[in-house]
Design a protein around this ligand. Structure first.
Ligand SMILES: Nc1ncnc2c1ncn2[C@@H]1O[C@H](COP(=O)(O)OP(=O)(O)OP(=O)(O)O)[C@@H](O)[C@H]1O
Ligand SMILES: [Mg+2]
Length: 249
């Protein structure tokens, strides 16, 4: 479904990503983990075509998106849902209008159909009767759900999440993780989830990819990942124990 081949991206003479090759299978959930500034968001921006690589190729469904015009890329994007780090909702629009925003822009649907889709997508993320509320009236976790409902409004085949649970408490984080897994089961989409939370990665992913200073240093199933001896990988697992101690303290 998605294949990166020797992809590099340079900012200010420094590699944000260096020679990354990676294949993401159809229906798979891949978690991308790594520390701050390791290149996770850069990877996601490349995949949705917001930026272009300095070298390498990126195939989505067999098509090299690095060669597409902006207009052709727009077409590919209709098949992608994107959940942003900060919910990125329009504060002056109701929840329903936020969910329908892309639909109104790109598809000419009868109003009744739009209303049906709004309701259906909000129910999928476990929200009922909030269509007419403003984002400011919702909790952080609910806003994330609305962001997710908007991302799936088109019925995309691929969903990208950038830190879907950042800024949420551990319990709400676990709920969002459950929702991502639930979405996976109900919609059978391919997902790429960027997170620096190892506990989340283990809960949601089929495989984990770790980036370190722009390099892809490990890709494996959650089970195998735990066995990787590399100190940089192990350091991430230790954060799990620290988090657990913090919860009981
Ligand atoms: N638009 C940009 N202009 C200049 N440098 C950039 C730009 N975007 C990213 N970088 C640099 O590229 C590197 C990777 O950044 P990126 O945002 O991908 O990291 P990240 O893993 O998402 O970090 P975080 O966990 O803090 O979100 C960093 O050194 C960053 O400063
Ligand atoms: Mg980031």
């Amino acid at each position: 479904m998605i294949r990166l081949s020797n992809v590099s991206k340079v900012y200010d003479g420094k590699y944000a990503l260096h020679d990354v090759s990676l294949t993401i299978k159809k229906g798979e959930t891949l978690a991308v983990i790594g520390g701050s500034g390791s290149g996770k968001s850069t990877l996601l921006q490349l995949l949705v075509g917001l930026i272009r690589p300095d070298s390498g190729e990126i195939f989505i469904d067999g098509q090299d998106i690095t060669k597409l015009s902006e207009k052709e890329m727009d077409k590919v994007r209709l098949n992608m849902g994107m959940v942003f780090q900060y919910s990125a909702l329009f504060d002056s629009m109701t929840v329903g209008e936020n969910v329908a925003f892309g639909l109104r822009e790109h598809k000419h649907l009868p109003e009744a159909e739009i209303q049906r889709i709004i309701k259906e997508k909000l129910e999928l993320v476990g929200l009922y009767g909030v269509e007419n509320k403003l984002p400011g009236e919702l909790s952080g976790g609910m806003k994330k759900r609305v962001g997710l409902a908007r991302a799936i409004a088109f019925g995309p085949e691929i969903i990208f999440y950038d830190e879907p649970s950042s800024g949420l408490d551990p319990i709400t984080t676990a709920k969002i993780d459950e929702l991502i897994v639930d979405m996976q089961n109900k919609l059978a989409v391919t997902s790429v989830v960027v997170t620096h939370d190892m506990a989340s990665a283990c809960r949601i992913a089929d495989r984990i990819a770790m980036v370190y200073e722009g390099e892809l240093i490990a890709v494996d199933t959650v089970e195998n990942f735990k066995q990787i001896k590399d100190e940089r990988v192990q350091a991430f697992f230790r954060t799990l124990h620290i988090a657990k101690e913090g919860q009981t303290a």
